[in-house]
Design a protein around this ligand. Structure first.
Ligand SMILES: O=C(O)CCC(=O)C(=O)O
Ligand SMILES: [Fe+2]
Length: 220
């Protein structure tokens, strides 16, 4: 097993082999979990999600436009606006979110189990220059289930810190088909996507990166 626990801060690793599970500050990176045909079929299903629930540019409570565009599938979707960050049963245009595609749920079943399925599949689209600042996924009512995060398309530089803001970060280039599980003590670790390598993958004909995060939102 290729261990990847980075304690020294800013060094960037990019291991090429697939199938390894890397431990990145407690986040488990399943390298190459999805092969290209599986990524392609997932993208086709996500196009249906986006058709039903178009991507939008969230505005943070402080009034800034996020550089990622997003939408959701599932019982609840994650939204940001002047009122704050929260889960909503409807898209900003007022319609319910589409169902989470079965192929996405089967990744969750494989890695987490089938007792409880995620309430939300957040879809982030990173176009050229998009990034996501350091944050914790902490808007859920319970943290006993992990967050599962699926990368598709262009490479993205994941940064992982500790449980408090600031301090050293481990960094790792996620590639298409990688799946990250944030669970246990790392469920509330700070993380972000520093930048993407726009056009590094041919999965999306016009370039860009899609990230899906699957989360249990309810308290049960
Ligand atoms: O794009 C990623 O890899 C991470 C996305 C993320 O952290 C989030 O949506 O909360
Ligand atoms: Fe996150």
């Amino acid at each position: 097993m290729a261990g990847f626990v980075q304690k020294e801060g800013m060094k960037v690793e990019n291991e090429q082999q697939s199938g390894a599970i890397l431990d990145l500050g407690g986040l488990l990176v399943h390298r190459g979990y999805l092969a290209k045909p599986a990524c392609q079929s997932l993208v086709a299903q996500l196009r249906d999600v986006i058709r039903a629930a178009p991507l939008f540019s969230p505005i943070t409570p402080s009034g800034k436009s996020m550089s990622v565009r997003m939408t959701s599938a599932g019982r609840l979707g994650w939204i940001a606006d002047a009122r704050g960050y929260r889960y909503s049963p409807t898209h900003p245009r007022g319609t319910p979110w589409p169902a989470i595609p079965e192929a996405v749920l089967s990744i969750w079943r494989d890695l987490v189990g089938g007792n409880r399925l995620p309430d939300c599949c957040l879809l982030n689209f990173y176009g050229e220059g998009a990034r996501m600042g350091m944050h914790r996924d902490a808007d859920e009512a319970a943290y006993s289930y992990p967050v599962v995060s699926i990368s598709l398309g262009d490479d993205g530089l994941l940064c992982v810190g500790g449980l408090a803001r600031g301090g050293k970060t481990a960094r790792h280039w996620l590639t298409s088909g990688d799946v990250v599980v944030m669970g246990g003590a790392a469920r509330l670790a700070y993380h972000g996507v520093d930048r993407i390598r726009f056009g590094s993958s041919s999965l999306l004909p016009k370039g860009g990166r899609i990230n899906l995060t699957l989360r249990v939102v309810g308290a049960d």
